[in-house]
Design a protein around this ligand. Structure first.
Ligand code: 4NP
Length: 154
């Protein structure tokens, strides 16, 4: 199974989701069975490490994002992944436009799929430290739902 998380810049929300899911898969002994990646709809941060605030907040909870580098989502991702999860509705709209006709990947809004109280992971980039904690709270919760789904499919 192959899962791709997508946000706008690929330096805050989607790398956090990648790091959290990788961690949970390792804990469950499923890291060899699931491929995880993240990408941004924009290209500003291609090749860059995740945002320092994101890395620090994640590190505090035991997630190491230091190896991750930004990349932009591409049409080929719609066949290279089984499930593409967007962080907000704007990302979802952009992905729907990019989606090629022969796409095999399922495309969904991350939080809505796992029935959290919110539909979107709010963009923390221009806000304060609280925003980064909220991103982690929401992503940790949604990743529990995703892990249950993965266990049911494998
Ligand atoms: P992300 O956050 O989409 O969660 O990675 C952002 C990162 C960078 C920008 C916007 C959002 N930016 O405008 O550069």
């Amino acid at each position: 199974m192959r899962v791709l998380f997508v946000c706008l810049g690929n330096i805050c929300r989607s790398p956090t989701a990648e790091g959290v899911l990788r961690h949970k898969l390792r804990e469950a002994g499923l890291q060899e069975r699931v491929e995880v990646d993240s990408a941004g709809t924009g290209d500003w941060h291609v090749g860059k490490a995740a945002d320092l605030r994101t890395r620090h907040a994640a590190q505090q909870r035991g997630y190491d994002l230091s190896a991750l580098r930004g990349r932009q989502v591409q049409a080929a991702d719609f066949n290279a992944f089984d499930l593409i999860l967007a962080m907000d509705t704007s990302n979802l709209r952009d992905l729907q436009q990019l989606r090629p006709g022969n796409a095999t990947a399922e495309l969904d809004l991350f939080l809505r799929r796992y029935q959290l109280q919110l539909d979107e992971v709010p963009d923390p980039y221009y806000g304060g430290a609280d925003g980064f904690e909220q991103v982690l709270d929401l992503i940790e919760q949604a990743c529990e739902g995703l892990l249950c789904e993965i266990k049911g499919l494998l």
